[in-house]
Design a binder for this molecule. Structure first.
Ligand code: G6P
Length: 495
């Protein structure tokens, strides 16, 4: 490792770039979809920043390199790490556990061991590139042990952590055999951010129950232990968002507008296009959505000539068995609905098992009269926010599951409980039949809300809280007097 050092380090399991191999065999890096990089890129450039993460392929051993003004520090994950750390502990233990055990989590000690060792590898790499007193921002459930490991190695650092997925209620979290280690791992951070107020509450409760520390939202008192002085940790909600202006700009472009018209035409000019966009994941309630749509067709409340459901299901974690099974189930259901209700000229469900570039997504949002989000549990759901950002015409209806983080903010959507199939059906009918004036009123309110908290606002709020927490720690020997802090994102109403 060279002796390069940075003042601001972001760490996430995946790097913000994907490695692509061109036709002539040369490898290059392309910005991966997702807003995190958009939000952090300007901060990274200003602050002399580096991004530590995995390059997305097994056994990829690469030296740090520059990408678009950002220093990229790749971490190698072996085939064995992928199996035990990524597919195992991250996506077959933590993911189902943190999403309310919609699928059963599997607990294996060898997976845990791998989680510890990969987290340690990340912590070592971050420690090696951090300058004295640097700020480190660690992201998501794959790296929950990193804050503590890092604090032990480098007490001079300011450490933030943001959990992009839900944090479960104690009754569920307490299943985890390594629950204490996870909580202690996270408490190594100065500020721990969550999507919802409820997630931060669940975390603080777990801290009280498991460690007996006193908490008074948003402060957690970590008592003095051995050589480590007492500290105060902040745990609170910072709801993430998207690049709202960028998305709107894209949606307004003549190319995207033309493509949206073309999509409607290609679908046979239905009166209504209902859209679903998800990673193919069991947390997204795609089966519930298809059931509701199929029943509406069966009952004649919808006619296949009038309505098409476009379901984009991007491939995800395909080596994990639960995901394999889900794909089979969804594709069987789509096949059955199309077989039962499709005609030569009209398909009931247009199912697309691909990821699409941002431009195509924007065109789909512009074309869609209704966006249907039926997640059974979702940290935020940025698709809902993208749809709202794209609808500069103040039209379109958002049907949104109340089990998404987004539903805390997007209160004028048609909110649904996806388990209540009759309720979902009624909401879909109401969305399809909604008069223009009501659509406009609701969408305007949604757009105002999304504009108020875009991804830059999110990252600035988090980093401000982090800087403030550290400043007070420096002044008092512990983080103090938090009552005076202005918590700008506290405006999110409770669910
Ligand atoms: C969610 C998680 C991310 C993860 C993404 C894609 O959004 O919060 O941390 O990167 O899913 O999943 P993958 O397993 O492909 O990284």
């Amino acid at each position: 490792m060279s002796d390069e050092r940075y003042d601001f380090i972001v760490a996430s399991n995946r790097l913000p770039v994907d490695r692509v191999i061109d036709d002539d065999g040369t490898a290059s890096w392309r910005r991966s979809p997702g807003g995190l990089v958009t939000a952090l890129e300007p901060v990274m450039r200003d602050a002399d920043g580096a991004w530590v993460g995995w390059g997305g392929q097994a056994d990829l051993e690469l030296e740090p390199f520059d990408w678009d003004g950002v220093r990229i520090v790749p971490i190698k994950l072996s085939e064995d790490d992928l199996e035990k750390f990524y597919e195992g502990f991250c996506n077959d233990t933590l993911w189902p556990l943190y999403h309310d055990v919609i699928a059963p989590p599997h607990y294996h000690r060898v997976w845990w061991d791998s989680y510890v060792s990969v987290n340690q590898r990340f912590a070592n790499a971050i420690a090696a590139v951090s300058s004295q007193g640097a700020t480190v921002w660690v992201h998501d459930y794959q790296l929950q042990l990193v804050p503590r490991m890092l604090r032990q190695a480098r007490p001079d650092l300011t450490i933030g952590f943001f959990n992009h997925i839900p944090f479960p209620a104690y009754g569920i979290f307490s299943q985890l055999p390594w629950r204490v280690q996870i909580i202690e791992g996270l408490l190594g951070a100065d500020v721990i951010g969550f999507q919802r107020v409820a997630d931060a509450g669940n975390f603080s409760r777990a801290v009280r129950r498991l460690l007996g520390y006193s908490t008074k939202s948003p402060v957690i008192e970590v008592p003095h232990r051995g050589a480590h002085p007492a500290r105060r940790v902040i745990a609170r909600a910072f709801p993430i968002s998207i690049d709202v202006a960028g998305f709107e700009h894209l949606a307004r472009s003549p190319e995207v507008q033309a493509r949206a018209r073309q999509i409607r035409e290609d679908l046979g000019n239905p009166k209504t296009i209902v859209l679903g966009v998800d990673r193919l994941d069991y947390t997204k309630g795609i089966g519930h959505r298809l059931k509701a749509f199929g029943e509406l067709l069966a009952e004649g409340r919808l006619k296949v000539e009038d309505v098409t459901l476009v379901q984009v299901a991007s491939p995800s974690r395909e080596r994990v068995e639960t995901y394999r099974q889900l794909r089979d189930e969804i594709e069987q259901t789509v096949g059955r609905i199309n077989g039962d209700y499709g005609t030569i000229s009209h398909q009931a469900v247009s199912y697309l098992h691909h990821g699409f570039p941002r431009e195509e997504m924007a065109a789909l949002y512009v074309a869609a009269d209704v966006l249907l989000v039926t997640a059974l549990r979702d940290g935020m759901n940025l698709v809902a926010k993208e749809y709202v950002a794209a609808r500069f015409d103040d039209d379109g209806v958002l049907v949104l599951s109340e089990f998404t983080g987004a539903s805390d903010e997007l209160r004028t959507a048609l909110l649904i409980n996806p388990h209540d199939i009759d309720g979902v059906k009624d909401a879909v009918m109401r969305a399809i039949e909604m008069p223009r004036a009501e659509r406009r009123k609701r969408m305007r309110a949604l757009r105002k809300r999304v504009r108020e908290n875009d991804v830059t606002h999110w990252s600035e709020s988090f980093l401000r809280a982090l800087a403030e927490a550290r400043r007070r720690a420096g002044e008092t020997g512990g983080i103090d007097a938090l009552g005076e802090l202005e918590w700008t994102v506290d405006r999110a109403p409770r669910a």
